[in-house]
Design a protein around this ligand. Structure first.
Ligand SMILES: *Cc1c(COP(=O)(O)O)cnc(C)c1O
Length: 229
């Protein structure tokens, strides 16, 4: 199994990439949060990553989150981020366990998630996932529905609106993601700017450098830290 030392070395190289990308556009690397994506990896890998100093972890599947949350309840300061497609009937399982949800993609889901967080006595950081590219296979709301989803989040006492999230279409060349990331920035500007939407969750192993150059404040990184899934 991957050791804390190996993970720490991978974290250092990812932080290096973030720092270089920040350098090129005069940003402070402290403004970019690294979320370690642990989907499909066992709880013990998350534990090793916690020992390597990571605290923010991203999961895609409700049941996997529930299981790992229970297995790792003893780890201080661990914060779970839900980043996968979420069915409305799973919101009740996820909302009580997470620090943040990155994948709200409809007003109905946001309202349900907010109600479940409120019932659990939690405040959850909320991001709207936007399907910028219009790819049929991608989850995320249509950019034309974004205003409605944002309003739904702001009506929920237990949700704290943070910003927007997107996943670009798969592509060989990381630079191909730049127009998608820039479109997300433009959507932010069209919906109240950084005052309303301070955070942009964009960038994964393949394209995090491009995302940071475009203004990402959260990168969600799996394989660069833990290896191929
Ligand atoms: C799996 C996943 C990631 C991490 O992808 P890597 O290429 O392994 O870095 C990030 N965001 C989402 C939404 C994912 O599903």
């Amino acid at each position: 199994m991957i050791t804390p030392d190996t993970i720490a070395a991978h974290v250092a190289s990812v932080r290096d990439r973030i720092a270089h990308a920040c350098d090129r556009v005069n940003r402070d690397p402290a403004d970019v949060l690294l979320v370690a994506v642990t989907k499909t990896w066992p709880a013990e890998v998350v534990r090793a990553a916690w020992h390597a100093g990571l605290r923010d972890f991203g999961e895609n599947y409700a049941q996997e989150l529930v299981d790992k949350h229970a297995a790792l309840a003893d780890l201080d300061g661990l914060r779970w981020h839900f980043i996968g497609h979420l069915q409305r009937n799973k919101a009740r399982n996820v909302a009580p366990l997470v620090h943040a949800v990155h994948s709200l993609d409809s007003a109905r889901l946001a309202t349900e998630f907010g109600a479940r967080a409120l019932a659990a006595g939690r405040t959850v950081d909320a991001y709207v996932q936007v399907n910028v590219s219009g790819e049929a296979s991608k989850s995320g709301c249509d950019p034309r529905e974004l205003g409605e989803v944002l309003t739904a989040i702001e009506r929920c006492e237990a949700l704290r609106l943070r910003g927007l999230m997107t996943v670009p279409p798969a592509s060989e060349n990381p630079e191909d993601a730049a127009p998608v990331f820039r479109a997300l920035v433009a959507l932010r500007e069209a919906h109240g700017g950084a005052a309303r939407l301070p955070s942009l969750s964009m960038g994964m192993t393949h394209d995090l450098d491009v995302a940071v150059a475009c203004g990402a404040t959260v990168v969600r990184v799996g394989s660069a830290l833990f290896g191929a899934r």
